[in-house]
Design a protein around this ligand. Structure first.
Ligand SMILES: NC(=O)c1ccc[n+]([C@@H]2O[C@H](COP(=O)([O-])OP(=O)(O)OC[C@H]3O[C@@H](n4cnc5c(N)ncnc54)[C@H](O)[C@@H]3O)[C@@H](O)[C@H]2O)c1
Length: 310
């Protein structure tokens, strides 16, 4: 009999539980939801299972503190770790989260040796590197989620500013998922037209800045944690591209080996996502200023990577 797809979500907090819910709603497969806090994954898992009769879902969701139940997963999404509080940068989470991500990867990867790992935990590009080192998986099967969210935020702001349907918008964001990310207005469009043709420089600068600080904006509002609805939708979108082998081009954090003039670190670039993970990387021409901004973003990630000791 054909085996159903299986997706493991590690960390049953705000992002993890919302990601599990999205994945179930999208009918991508069975879900194993793991957390260290006993009772939380079990409770959320059972709660989600009890929504199946109403939503007409079948398949399975299991909440657990044991990695045994994750065996044979096609996709592993790592959301375990601390989230930002007001005033904190993503990098402030580095040391504590590196330990957590290493621990989760060490337990999950051997049980699902063919899986694609999607890393969400911040600082995400550095954490993707940690997961890649600890799992020993080929780098194309360890991918970070950041660009999908950053591009979604930029699209939202373009749509608000121009008063047009968000469906008509496209956004392009490169680089690390940190304060130095590189939104690229020249490659961001409304109905295929670059926004540089349609909007004033001031409006564009405002959108670029709001995209860069989009995470912090939510942290300041929530005060007790960081964003999770859009991050969960982003992680689920990546899981769908992998599970359905869509070859969908999405901005993802991948290990660079010379692309865009950079190598040896994870950074966000456009990638075709399919069953094999990051199956193809796409390079576009950058202006000198864009390249400089991309290099600075990559340098910041590299520094973080080196500080982890992995
Ligand atoms: N990449 C992105 O775009 C993006 C977006 C949003 C959030 N994040 C990051 O995602 C992470 C999770 O955010 P959140 O809002 O869900 O936080 P949260 O505090 O709600 O949930 C984190 C969960 O991780 C669990 N956890 C901690 N250590 C663990 C371990 N060793 N094994 C298993 N589970 C463990 C905690 O018990 C908790 O339930 C944070 O690092 C946050 O910064 C990234």
């Amino acid at each position: 009999m054909h085996k159903r797809n299986k997706i493991t979500v590690i960390g049953a907090g705000n992002v993890g539980a919302s990601t599990a819910q999205r994945i179930l709603d999208m009918r991508l497969g069975d879900v194993a939801l793991v957390d260290v806090v006993d009772g939380v994954p079990q409770g959320k898992g059972l709660d989600l299972l009890e929504s199946f009769p109403i939503l007409g879902l079948s398949g399975d969701i299991i909440g657990t503190s044991s990695y045994d139940e994750t065996a044979g997963s096609d996709v592993i999404i790592i959301t375990a770790g601390l989230a930002r509080k007001p005033g904190m940068s993503r990098d402030d989470l580095l040391a504590a989260n590196a330990k957590i991500v290493a621990e989760c990867t060490k337990q999950a990867a051997p049980l699902s040796p063919d899986a694609v790992i999607i890393v969400v935990t911040n600082p995400m590009d550095v954490m993707a590197y940690v997961a890649a080192q600890v799992s020993g998986f080929p780098k194309e099967r360890v991918i970070g989620m950041g660009g999908v969210l950053d591009a979604a935020r930029m699209r939202t702001f373009i749509s608000i500013e121009m008063g047009v349907s968000v469906e008509n918008t496209n956004a392009f964001v490169l680089g690390g998922h940190g304060d130095q990310m590189v939104p690229l207005p020249r490659y961001s469009t409304i109905a295929g037209i670059p926004i540089t043709e349609l909007m004033s420089e001031d409006s564009i600068n405002g959108i670029v800045e709001r995209t860069r600080t989009g995470g912090a904006e939510i942290v300041e509002l929530l005060k007790t944690g960081s964003a999770y609805y859009a991050p969960a939708a982003s992680a689920a979108e990546m899981a769908r591209a992998i599970v359905l082998d869509q070859k969908k081009i999405l901005p993802c954090s991948v290990f660079l080996t010379g692309q865009y003039g950079q190598s040896g670190m994870y950074a966000g670039v456009p990638v075709a996502l399919g069953a094999g993970g990051a199956e193809e990387l796409f390079e576009v021409k950058l202006t000198a200023a864009e390249q400089e901004a991309f290099n600075a973003s990559c340098e910041a990630v590299k520094k973080g990577q080196e500080s982890t000791g992995f």
